[in-house]
Design a protein around this ligand. Structure first.
Ligand SMILES: Cc1cc2nc3c(=O)[nH]c(=O)nc-3n(C[C@H](O)[C@H](O)[C@H](O)COP(=O)(O)OP(=O)(O)OC[C@H]3O[C@@H](n4cnc5c(N)ncnc54)[C@H](O)[C@@H]3O)c2cc1C
Length: 496
């Protein structure tokens, strides 16, 4: 049958959902993209208020070639739709003792930085980069866009995983090569960007640092939201149909095969394949009746481990802070213990580490003239913590803003002109994520690759997954890879 006769429904319009929708529509399928919120983007939803533009989530664009590749799959040139620019430095990492470390794509400059910061660590740093590059070649270049549907896929790579010492954690990996406690933090924080605890996440995730070095860290002019709107535009130009404010309430099934979806207003969309970009655990527990699920039962999903959540404050100031970099990571005194509180003990600590985003450092269009646009986020426990965010949000917000005012953004409290927050409760309700996690399943070894929910459902035929909760995992490059994998699986199934 020709692809245009084949219908596909995609639930959710995060990067993964938009990615697969664009790809399949470009291949000739007839695609309906159904989104619960009033705008596209999911975690990458963009807010506009009082003349400021705030990207809701992703701000660090690594592997920009994957975005180009997606436009190319739609027979488009990305340059005609949006402009990506490199960010330099990638990050500034601030330490509690007042020192800081910056790095960028310039290898020699980063080596000089390491040598200045901790002279004995230069040699180890060089060896660490070599090791990280071999993980990167295996983990990203060879495996990220392959499906892991069979256990034999896992067995095939097992010897390599052992050789690369993926049984070690990212922190152990960094500590093997560098001795300075602060540099160990610099070269181990990356799993936090995809919801993992550096003390528990497999060292495969050390590849993120190589990913940054290989292609740089980029920013989309107009914010990450401009990538989302461009993809939405491309999808519609190709003939795809977008349905906003239309939460899917049920995946329709015949026997154990998906035949379409029903939205909360009772409308049915029949399809030959259903792709869920909604949270995997919630897709199973909320949209598919329990008797249809043999593997992903409610009990199994309750027992799986979920990433931490995030507390985010978006704010605009009437003045500018030109000394603040585009991406700043502010590390507190405690590292391992703080992460233990968040991931293991699930309690709201008194202290915090922060990521501060200042897009107006690169792009004046994000704020009115003379103003600055920011968001600050703190990793916090997911909703199993029992924290009542309705009452805790305000004091936690005040503590963070006062800290920033005192240490990094003098006069902040008096210069805020607009503000909004997003708490774990919003992740749970507005974004419909299981336990309000920020990044779905925690990226630990026993929840990665074959062990992660597959891109093709193990319980329901014709149901596919894209996004953070399936292989390869969270982060924009990861979810774009999942879209590529799902496209291939659906074409293999429906066109052969
Ligand atoms: C604050 C924050 C900062 C981040 N920063 C970065 C970064 O700098 N770089 C990076 O690479 N990654 C970053 N990430 C991670 C990255 O944003 C995510 O992993 C990625 O965007 C998730 O995309 P996704 O495809 O899984 O879809 P999601 O963004 O999770 O979207 C899923 C969509 O499904 C919709 N949906 C859910 N249920 C239903 C339903 N029943 N019916 C219809 N629609 C439904 C939701 O409304 C949502 O729009 C960040 C994440 C957060 C939260």
């Amino acid at each position: 049958m020709s692809p245009s006769k084949r219908r596909v429904v995609v639930i959710g319009s995060g990067f993964g959902g938009l990615g697969v929708a664009v790809r399949l529509q470009a291949r000739g399928f007839s695609v309906d993209l159904i989104e619960a919120r009033d705008k596209l983007g999911g975690r990458a939803y963009a807010y506009e208020q009082d003349g400021f533009k705030f990207d809701g989530g992703p701000t660090v664009i690594t592997a920009p070639f994957m975005i180009d590749e997606l436009f190319a799959a739609a027979h488009r040139n990305r340059d005609d739709y949006l402009k990506l620019v490199p960010v330099d430095p990638f990050y500034r990492i601030e330490f509690p003792d007042g020192r800081f470390f910056e790095y960028n794509q310039d290898e020699a400059a980063t080596e000089r930085g390491v040598a200045l910061f901790s002279p004995p660590d230069l040699d180890g740093y060089r060896r660490m980069i070599q090791h990280a590059n071999s993980i990167f070649k295996k983990g990203f270049v060879e495996l990220a866009d392959r499906p892991f549907l069979k256990f034999s896929d896992m067995l095939r790579i097992a010897p390599e995983l052992v050789r690369l010492q993926s049984y070690k954690t990212v922190y152990e990996f960094a500590s093997r090569y560098v001795g300075d406690p602060m540099l160990r933090r610099v070269f181990s924080f990356h799993p936090l960007l995809v919801g993992g605890n550096p003390f528990q996440t497999t060292s495969i995730y050390a590849l993120i640092h190589s990913l940054e070095r290989q292609w740089g860290v980029h920013y989309a002019i107009g914010g990450t939201g401009s990538i989302i709107s461009a993809l939405g535009r491309v999808f519609e130009e190709l003939g795809g149909r977008i349905h906003l404010s239309s939460p899917v309430s049920r995946v329709l099934t015949e026997g154990r095969a998906a035949t379409g979806v029903q939205t909360s207003d009772g409308k049915e969309f029949r399809a030959d394949a259903v792709v869920s970009n909604a949270d995997v655990a919630n897709t199973y527990t909320k949209l598919i009746d329990a008797p249809h699920r043999r593997k992903y039962t409610d009990k199994k999903l309750r027992r799986m481990r979920y990433s931490m959540s995030l507390f985010v404050i978006y704010f605009g100031t009437r003045k500018q802070y030109p000394d603040i970099r585009h991406h700043t990571i502010i590390l507190g005194e405690r590292y391992r213990e703080l992460l233990d509180d968040i991931f293991r003990r699930k309690k709201l600590p008194d202290d915090f580490s922060l990521y501060l985003h200042r897009p107006s450092a690169t792009d004046a269009s994000m704020a009115p003239a003379g103003c600055d646009c920011f968001y600050v986020l703190a990793p916090v426990p997911h909703q199993q913590s029992g924290i009542d965010w309705a009452t805790m949000a305000k004091p936690f917000r005040d503590k963070i803003m006062q800290f920033l005012d005192q240490h990094y953004l003098p006069g902040l409290i008096d210069s805020v002109v607009t503000e909004r927050m997003f708490t774990p409760l919003d992740f749970e309700t507005t974004l419909n994520t299981y336990r309000g996690s920020g990044f779905s399943f925690e990226p630990i070894f026993r929840q990665s690759a074959w062990f992660r929910p597959h891109n093709e459902s193990e319980d329901i035929r014709n149901l596919y997954f894209v996004g953070a909760g399936t292989h390869p995992g969270a982060g924009v490059p990861g979810v774009l890879s999942s879209a590529k994998i799902a496209e291939q699986l659906i074409c293999d199934r429906l066109l052969n």
